[in-house]
Write a protein that binds this ligand. Structure first.
Ligand code: MN
Length: 201
């Protein structure tokens, strides 16, 4: 029996992040886009399971693996993204997260600029990512283009920002910059610190 991907419930209502992100975007984004990644990842797993039974000759394995990478990456990043935000979000991080941001980026304002710049300059569709990088024991920022490319092996995203057009276009049109700037108002730092604490020694 193949293990299944499941769409996680939102930890707040669809309209909870207004006015930063309107209800219509949240409904489509969670209910259609994220559900689509879940369905696509499960379909790829099913196809691979079926192919293991019937044999791999003549099967477009590369295409199925590409589908799995695309959909599983989309599912993983959206699963981090939803609880990264909260109607009670905003402000500045404190505690161990605040300390690590100070240490690794030279202060919160410098981090915010670096993460914002990374998010605003993603080519085409993708994500801004804050990740814990275990080899050097530090936080780093990354861009993900089309989220199945340019991954850094071994990192775990702890804060992600969806900058695909579906995440903001209905409300912000082509002004991704304003979406990124306003998004800080809903960031749930308690959640991100919780993500980080899994790795702190
Ligand atoms: Mn998305």
């Amino acid at each position: 029996m193949t293990k299944r991907y499941v769409l996680p419930k939102l930890p707040y209502s669809y309209d909870a992040l207004e006015p930063t992100i309107i209800e219509e975007i949240m409904r489509l984004h969670h209910g259609k886009h994220h559900q689509g990644y879940v369905n696509g990842a499960n379909a790829a797993l099913d196809k691979l399971a079926e192919t293991r039974e019937t044999g791999f000759s003549g099967v477009d394995t590369k295409g199925v693996e590409r589908d799995l990478a695309f959909n599983a990456s989309g599912h993983a990043l959206h699963t981090v993204f939803w609880p990264n935000m909260s109607p009670k979000g905003g402000g500045k991080p404190g505690g161990s997260l605040g300390d690590r941001i100070d240490e690794d980026f030279g202060g919160f304002d410098a981090f915010k600029q670096q993460f914002g710049a990374a998010s605003k300059t993603v080519e085409g569709s993708g994500w801004g990512i804050l990740a814990y990088e275990p080899l050097s024991d530090q936080l780093i920022t990354l861009q993900a283009e089309k989220h199945q490319n340019l991954t850094a092996q071994g990192v775990t995203p702890i804060l992600v920002l969806d900058v695909w057009e579906h995440a903001y276009y209905l409300q912000y049109k082509n002004d991704r910059g304003s979406y990124v700037d306003n998004w800080w108002n809903v960031v749930n730092w308690d959640n991100i610190e919780k993500n980080l604490k899994k790795f702190l020694r």
